[in-house]
Design a binder for this molecule. Structure first.
Ligand code: ADP
Ligand code: GN1
Ligand code: MG
Length: 361
């Protein structure tokens, strides 16, 4: 359905003058909409990834309303420091297009910077503080109100089983070309079970977490450089702090883009791990547990392995989940992540020493 027709169904200020694809997300279809008065972000929520997109909106509506109150109480600007859903003309917070897709509209948060590759460690230090602050802010949110928008999202044992199923099904005949990558994952099966089992036994606490802490899911204030707004709230659900810590560094501490194919250029930057650990632990020192701190460095490896495994699963399934820009894109992403996993295995002791500097264990 035409974007202009979709826009007409939301209560926007001014007349729409332009719209264009925006951002580098892998999941939703995002557009910048400009009217004679304001800028907005329009998103088609990915209906393959989110089986019940209405539940995604319900979660975001609740979480942003909760954050809004806190931001106001602290004297902040809620329209810049959290997402704001624009009402549709039918009174809801989303519309369903004639072709059955769910669209939502947000205030566009202007004068910000969104990093695809982290240029210096100060950016990551500030991102860590912002993600940790987000976690602290939602710590007293009633998790029973939240829908599980993607079942078992970071359940790495479950992800492993799905990966094995994709290998066995070999749906599109690509298995022969990825034998080495499949063996790489199989050799690390035990890693995929560790955090899951500690969460089940209660050794690790369950918290309300963001679950998609890629650094391009944070907007930094263009003037101050500070972390301003944590966005992409589609997967805010109960989870482990380790998921948010590990996933941020998977992306933010890498020396190269997630799909860099020259693997000599792909490695973990220890100074980035240090900057993030410092910012995160400065914010979280009061509430983080020893069981979590001990696994922070491991979480970087685990979330990178998980992501590589997910890219490879999608490649074997025929590229149904992540947006791709060329045929082998998911395979290139998987190889890139596995290079990072190997690198992290070599740097694990150094990474643990870094964490100990900011929180002895
Ligand atoms: P995806 O789930 O596909 O990653 P995101 O919600 O992360 O979608 O949005 C994709 C990109 O669009 C972000 O990385 C960011 O650059 C931009 N973006 C999203 N929401 C806003 C907003 N409210 N204001 C400004 N930019 C935004
Ligand atoms: C997706 O939506 P986006 O692009 O911020 C994915 C993450 C992956 C990431 C890999 C809902 O994040 O889990 O880690 O791609 N989001 C979802 O780049 O699956
Ligand atoms: Mg995103």
């Amino acid at each position: 359905m035409e974007i202009s027709k979709i826009c007409e169904r939301f209560s926007l200020e001014g007349e729409v003058v332009s719209y264009a694809p925006y951002g580098e997300g892998h999941i939703n279809s995002t557009f910048l909409v400009e009217t004679t008065e304001k800028k907005y972000i329009l998103q088609k929520v990915n209906g393959v990834v989110f089986k019940n997109p209405v539940e995604v909106i319900e979660n975001i509506d609740l979480v942003t309303a909760f954050l809004r109150e806190k931001i106001i109480a602290e004297g902040g600007n809620p329209e810049r420091e959290t997402l704001t859903l624009i009402p549709a003309k039918n009174g809801g917070k989303y519309i369903i297009s004639d072709d059955g897709e769910l669209y939502r509209m947000y205030i566009f948060i202007d004068e910000t910077k969104c990093y695809q590759l982290i240029e210096n460690s100060d950016i990551l230090y500030k991102a860590a503080k912002a993600f940790a602050k987000f976690m602290k802010n939602v710590a007293d949110f009633d998790a029973s109100q939240l829908h599980e928008t993607i079942a078992n999202f970071h359940n790495t044992a479950d992800r492993y089983n799905n990966f094995i199923k994709a290998v066995e099904a070999d749906k599109v005949g690509r298995l022969a070309s990825v034998a080495a990558e499949v063996e790489f994952v199989k050799a690390r099966k035990a890693d995929t079970e560790l955090v899951v089992s500690k969460l089940q036994s209660g050794e690790l606490p369950l918290r309300v977490t963001h679950n998609d802490t890629k650094v391009n899911n944070i907007l930094m204030d263009a003037k101050s450089g500070e972390g301003l707004c944590v966005i992409d709230l589609d997967t805010v659900m109960p989870g482990s702090l380790l998921y948010d810590f590990g996933d941020s560094l998977r992306f933010g501490a890498s020396s190269a883009a997630e799909d860099e194919t020259d693997l000599d250029k792909v490695y973990f930057r220890l100074e980035m791990i240090e900057a993030f650990a410092k910012g995160f632990l400065e914010e979280m020192s009061e509430c983080i547990t020893k069981s979590e701190v001990e696994l922070l460095a491991f979480s970087v490896k685990l979330l990178t392995l998980e992501c590589g495994m997910r890219f490879l699963t999608d490649y074997l399934d025929g590229d149904n989940y992540f947006k791709i820009h060329y045929p082998n894109h998911n395979l290139d992403r998987a190889r890139n992540q596995f290079k990072l996993v190997s690198d992290m295995e070599m740097k694990m002791e150094q990474a643990n020493d870094i964490v100990r500097k900011y929180y002895p264990f």
